[in-house]
Design a protein around this ligand. Structure first.
Ligand code: ADP
Ligand code: ADP
Length: 229
């Protein structure tokens, strides 16, 4: 589903690479935790997958397509297959919960009759049934992150990228959010989650890719936050 082939990314005006000769493959349906200290390259890895940034050398392939060869006009089609969730939720503050989710479909030109049934269905999927008319600021942090997840998956993307999705949440709410991501994964969506949360990683025991200074230090199936002794 996602393949990195000798990927190096050096940002303009930067002296050291944010990612340094990274090669890896994520299979369809996998759930992967990307761990490592701040600045180790986790966000950069996710940004390359949605082609928010080009690589400096090497190739990123998504669903068989080499993103370096993808015409700019085809980038929106790529991004439609990928949902994204962030630490700070990034909801539209002046739209209702339902409108936030509906907006993701409106920009794709989906007809209103489709939006009308898909939005409530998706809110139910994330545990927010009946909350479509609330404003984001009326919701708890965990609920706001559920809205963001609903928006990310409403178009049934093949891949869900989550960058520190529990970074602003308490431990109990964090577990609920990752349970939700795991259930979305169980329905076939490939999930890549960058995180600092050792409790979560140790609870869920999924594949762990550990980065340090832009290099893959460890890649373990059913891994833990720190290497096994
Ligand atoms: P992480 O997500 O693990 O905190 P990042 O991918 O954000 O790591 O950052 C990796 C490295 O790239 C860091 O040294 C960071 O300062 C640098 N970096 C990230 N984004 C940019 C940018 N837009 N311009 C220049 N340097 C950047
Ligand atoms: P409620 O229980 O208040 O009816 P639901 O949880 O069933 O809310 O979700 C419906 C929500 O979906 C509505 O609040 C509305 O904001 C949103 N919605 C549905 N279709 C559209 C649309 N075409 N444009 C904007 N928002 C929509």
């Amino acid at each position: 589903m996602i393949r990195f082939e000798n990927v190096t990314k050096t940002y303009p005006r930067s002296t050291r690479p944010a990612l340094d000769d990274v090669s890896l493959e994520v299979e369809r349906g996998q759930f992967v935790f990307v761990v490592g200290p701040s600045g180790s390259g986790k966000s950069t890895m996710l940004r390359l997958v949605i082609r928010e940034e080009p690589t400096t050398s090497g190739s990123v392939l998504v669903a068989g397509h080499d993103l370096g060869l993808l015409a700019p006009r085809k980038v929106p089609r790529l991004r439609r297959q990928i949902g994204t969730v962030f630490q700070d939720f990034r909801l539209l503050p002046n739209k209702t919960v339902g409108q936030n989710v509906a907006f993701a479909l409106q920009v794709l030109g989906k007809p209103n009759r489709v939006i009308k049934h898909v939005v409530p269905e998706t809110l139910e999927l994330v545990g927010l049934e009946g909350k479509g008319r609330r404003m984001p600021h009326e919701l708890s942090g965990g609920e706001q992150q559920r809205v963001a997840i609903a928006r990310a998956v409403v178009n049934k993307p093949a891949i869900l990228l989550a960058d520190e999705p529990t970074g602003n949440l308490d431990p109990v709410t964090s577990l609920d959010i990752v349970r939700l991501l795991a259930s979305i994964n169980a329905n076939g969506t490939t999930v890549l989650m960058a995180t600092h949360d050792n409790v979560i990683v140790d609870e869920f025991r999924r594949r762990v890719i550990e980065l340090a200074d832009g290099k893959v230090m460890r890649d373990e199936a059913q891994g833990s936050y720190v290497p096994r002794p």
